[in-house]
Design a protein around this ligand. Structure first.
Ligand SMILES: [Zn+2]
Ligand SMILES: [Zn+2]
Length: 271
């Protein structure tokens, strides 16, 4: 059983529930560890991130909840940092390194905001070439290999979120696989931990397991890399969502353990 969930959101960013509601739900579900990871400030689009001011309130509240519920659950104060974010990370116990957006010719482009914006980006900034967008996404994400402040890489293949049934690009095509494997290799060789994000891979947008997720799990397993399972919950009902399926999927690719983050660092738990 996986006893921690470290990728979660609240009303401090784009979540539906308060921090305390989320924590109480995690306790009820039997989790031993719970990580808050509100979206770090992003100057290009503040609609789904914390502001610099609300980040201070967020830190205060999470620390007070940590104390209030310390006999029932271990709370970790984290944030989900976008590679284009600009906030101070020194106060967080852990940071998720994610890529939700890129800058192309000075323009901010969102990877995952909606299917419509995803398509507009490709049409307006790449002349309809989805593979060029894919390549820029993975190249930016791969730069996370040079940072030592990320506990793990969030939703590695987010770029395929809207690609159900290969609607926009072929995930078996070299133009998809090459930049994806290149990023995976660079991150894995830098010792980065990869997140198996159940929201992206096992529930929500695509109910079947993403083909690209199967590819990178297979490759990462070969390289002896490590995985952490998280729900990316934006509401109480999503905490720990599809963790049973995640364990099955990891086992299929030869993983015998996943990681649990504790105040003293990572621990391995057998699947
Ligand atoms: Zn994210
Ligand atoms: Zn998230």
């Amino acid at each position: 059983m996986i006893i921690g969930d470290y990728h979660t959101h609240t009303t401090y960013c784009d979540g539906a529930n308060s921090a305390e509601e989320m924590l109480k739900a995690a306790i009820e579900k039997g989790f031993k560890y719970y990580g808050f990871s509100s979206h770090a400030h992003l100057k290009y689009d503040e609609s789904w991130t914390m502001s610099h001011e609300s980040q201070e309130e967020y830190i205060k509240e999470v620390l007070s909840l940590k104390e209030k519920y310390k006999d029932q659950i271990t709370v970790l104060l984290g944030c989900e940092y976008d590679l284009l974010s600009d906030n101070d990370l020194s106060k967080f116990e852990y940071v998720i390194g994610s890529c939700h957006s890129i800058i192309k010719d000075g323009k901010y482009l969102s990877v995952d905001h909606s299917e419509q914006t995803f398509n507009n980006c490709v049409q307006n900034s790449y002349g309809g070439d989805y593979y060029a967008f894919v390549k820029d996404y993975y190249e930016l994400l791969a730069t996370a290999a040079d940072r030592d402040d990320f506990a793990f890489i969030g939703h590695f293949d987010l770029i395929s979120k809207f690609n159900k049934d290969y609607k926009y690009f072929d995930e078996d095509d070299n133009r998809y696989e090459m930049p994806m494997y290149k990023a995976l290799d660079r991150l894995a060789k830098a010792g980065k931990v990869f997140e198996l994000n159940t929201k992206l891979t096992l529930y929500d947008k695509r109910t079947e397991t993403l083909p690209s997720t199967r590819k990178w799990l297979d490759a990462l397993s070969e390289l002896g890399g490590n995985v952490i399972v998280n729900s990316d919950a934006h509401a109480t009902v999503r905490i720990g969502h599809s963790f049973d399926k995640a364990i099955k999927l990891l086992s299929e690719y030869g993983f015998h353990s996943s990681l649990i983050l504790t105040p003293n660092g990572y621990e391995e738990i057998n699947l």
